[in-house]
Design a protein around this ligand. Structure first.
Ligand SMILES: Cc1cc2nc3c(=O)[nH]c(=O)nc-3n(C[C@H](O)[C@H](O)[C@H](O)COP(=O)(O)OP(=O)(O)OC[C@H]3O[C@@H](n4cnc5c(N)ncnc54)[C@H](O)[C@@H]3O)c2cc1C
Length: 267
């Protein structure tokens, strides 16, 4: 499946919105989860093939010529217009996904598989906690829109500075706490955990969504479980990327890292 870029928009200093459309999206089926993502294939410079390509066509190529897979959240799907919106973090002039988004122009094509997802704000929760960085901001925005009306929702989002903020909306009672990296001197992986630890303790059953940089999600998970703020069954926590590693290096060690985190004592 592939989409053709219809428009792009700089949402913030670090986030680019890309709207895809066209007949390559025929048959796209959006599921029920709020955090659905697609596995996008970014082509290296000089790739001897173009979108749409067949798996068999690229499988035999040298590694550096094959497409580079990156998971990106579906920010929204407009079934009537057949348009898929992705918000992609542009983190300097590095990364296949980030660079592609920064330079994308109408008519460019992006091939992907999916969608898949794993989190729906629990209907029986009394309040919701959504935590992450720019990579998780599209999913946080979609989750905030999916909570039941009137219930408290706190989003704690790490961005570079005020220019990295985007508007979020929700049928719930939404409070957004922005954490600015540029103003902090502590370890980067601790910023979100410190902000979460400083929140007033939520009352009742909490449903939490914590995604973004790996070590930052681990630190937030520790606070939430150690303090008994969230039960593990209502905590969706996963590492979207890892500081100092590209996605290839990260995927090679991610399963072992995830097992190690799951085995951490939380009491
Ligand atoms: C289920 C899921 C959903 C995701 N949804 C989104 C989404 O909607 N939007 C989005 O932007 N990302 C999303 N991500 C994260 C994204 O897949 C990774 O950040 C990916 O590494 C980006 O690829 P890249 O080619 O730009 O950089 P890579 O080639 O993977 O990495 C190049 C360098 O950039 C660093 N890097 C990677 N990501 C970031 C970042 N966000 N900020 C700062 N440095 C970074 C790496 O550590 C490395 O040093 C999602 C990940 C998962 C698993």
């Amino acid at each position: 499946m592939y989409g053709e870029v219809i428009s792009t928009e700089r949402l913030s200093s670090h986030l680019v919105r890309v709207v895809l459309g066209g007949p390559g999206l025929d048959g796209y089926v959006h599921g029920e989860d709020a955090d659905q993502y697609v596995n996008c294939f970014f082509l290296p410079d000089g790739a001897p093939y173009a979108v749409p390509f067949e798996d068999d066509e690229v499988r035999a190529l040298p590694r550096e010529q094959r497409p580079f897979p990156r998971r990106i959240t579906v920010r929204s799907w407009d079934a009537g217009r057949g348009e898929l919106t992705l918000d992609i973090a542009a983190h300097g002039d590095i990364g296949y996904a980030g660079r592609w988004a920064s330079h994308a122009r109408p008519g460019d094509r992006l091939q992907f598989r999916g969608p898949a997802g794993g989190y729906r704000p629990h209907a029986d929760a009394d309040s919701y906690l959504l935590v992450g960085d720019e990579s998780a901001l599209p999913a946080i925005a979609a989750c905030a829109e999916a909570v039941p009306a009137g219930r408290p929702v706190v989003a704690v989002v790490e961005v570079e500075d005020a220019d990295g903020e985007v508007a979020l909306s929700s049928p719930g009672e939404l409070e957004v706490r922005w954490v600015h990296r540029a103003r902090q001197s502590g370890a980067p992986e601790d910023l979100l955990a410190e902000a979460v630890a400083a929140l007033p303790r939520p009352v009742g059953v909490v449903s939490a969504f914590v995604h973004g940089e790996a070590e930052a999600t681990r630190a937030v998970r520790r606070v939430l479980l150690r303090e008994g703020i969230v039960e593990e069954a209502r905590l969706s926590c996963s590492p979207y990327w890892r500081r100092g590693m590209d996605d290839e290096a990260w995927r090679a060690v991610k399963a072992a890292w995830t097992r190690e985190v799951a085995a951490e004592p939380v009491g």
